[in-house]
Design a protein around this ligand. Structure first.
Ligand SMILES: NC(=O)c1ccc[n+]([C@@H]2O[C@H](COP(=O)([O-])OP(=O)(O)OC[C@H]3O[C@@H](n4cnc5c(N)ncnc54)[C@H](OP(=O)(O)O)[C@@H]3O)[C@@H](O)[C@H]2O)c1
Length: 271
């Protein structure tokens, strides 16, 4: 299937590693120009070099940008730079790291605020910065305007010990659904993608933290996660990225307002 992504421009946040970087790799392989951002100059430049090398595209197809997505000014500047550099913007993928684990009394009010900044406000910041460019792209001769927000299975089914994630992701789902209604008439689609347990640096840190908290081995923690999925294994980042690439593609033009789990069947609800 032709995903219609050749020469499209994507901005992918939180892309120096993990799911963001894997999604950048998938979109580059489909012929996109990709701006990637993260907080660390060294990590994002390294990721850009690796991505160009792995996909065999010229270095200038990948634009590495330093940007903390919780900082509204940095976000506006980074998104504007990407659009200037590549001459527009078709696709925004919002993403960042995940918050720490713990239960209700483990966190201060400041911890709660930080988690909301990291996973909810960052999504809103990125969307507000990208919308004017996406609206232009939706009116172009070859229109394509997509927003895809990375959340978590915790948005549909709260995960024990992940209070901060459970709460902030639910906010993103509310934002995404509201926005899909508002910008649908402009031709912009808005969807969320909900990773289940997927092998990345974040997953490794999570299993270390939970193993210590519960005094069990990391292997036990990971076996428990794998066992929750109908497919009885942990996911691979390229499996997540393939689903993300489809949701931002041309053939996905009539899909908006959905929350797609990529979780090997970990969520047990009917819908
Ligand atoms: N992997 C899973 O199993 C899984 C499951 C459910 C949900 N998720 C969620 O999916 C998202 C991505 O997960 P992942 O596994 O890919 O995590 P990861 O490997 O830790 O990668 C997170 C990326 O976000 C960047 N980042 C972190 N904070 C940032 C900030 N404030 N501003 C800009 N960039 C920032 C990091 O780069 P720098 O450090 O260079 O800034 C890194 O590139 C997270 O929200 C995670 O909670 C993951």
């Amino acid at each position: 299937m032709d995903l219609g992504l050749k020469n499209r421009v994507a901005f992918i946040a939180g892309a120096s590693s993990g799911l963001g970087r894997a999604t950048a790799r998938a979109l580059l392989s489909e012929g996109c120009h990709v701006a990637i951002c993260s907080r660390s100059s060294e990590r994002i430049q390294c990721a850009a070099m690796d991505l160009a090398r792995d996909t065999g595209v010229p270095d200038d197809r990948v634009l590495p940008l330093v940007c903390d997505v919780t900082d509204e000014d940095m976000v506006r500047t980074a998104v504007g730079r990407a659009a200037d550099h590549f001459g527009g913007l078709n696709i925004l993928i919002t993403n960042a790291g995940g918050p720490p684990t713990g239960t209700v009394l483990d966190f201060s009010a400041e911890d709660w605020r930080s988690a909301l900044e990291l996973n909810l406000m960052s999504t809103i910041n990125l969307t507000r910065a990208a919308l004017p460019f996406l609206k232009e792209s939706a009116k172009a001769d070859r229109p394509l305007a997509r927003i895809l927000m990375v959340t978590s299975i915790s948005a549909k089914q709260p995960v024990a010990g992940l209070y901060l994630s459970n709460v902030s992701r639910a906010g993103v789902q509310g934002f995404a659904k509201s926005l899909s209604e508002e910008v649908g008439a402009d031709g912009i689609t808005v969807n969320t993608i909900l990773p289940g347990y997927t092998r990345t640096d974040r997953l490794t840190h999570l299993s270390e933290a939970l193993a210590e908290r519960r005094s069990v081995s990391e292997e036990d923690i990971e076996a428990g996660w794998a066992g929750q999925a109908a497919l009885k294994r942990i996911g691979r980042e390229e499996e997540f990225a393939a689903a993300a690439a489809f949701l931002v593609s041309e053939p996905a033009a009539y899909i908006t307002g959905v929350a797609l789990p990529v979780d090997g069947g970990a969520i047990k609800s009917l819908l």
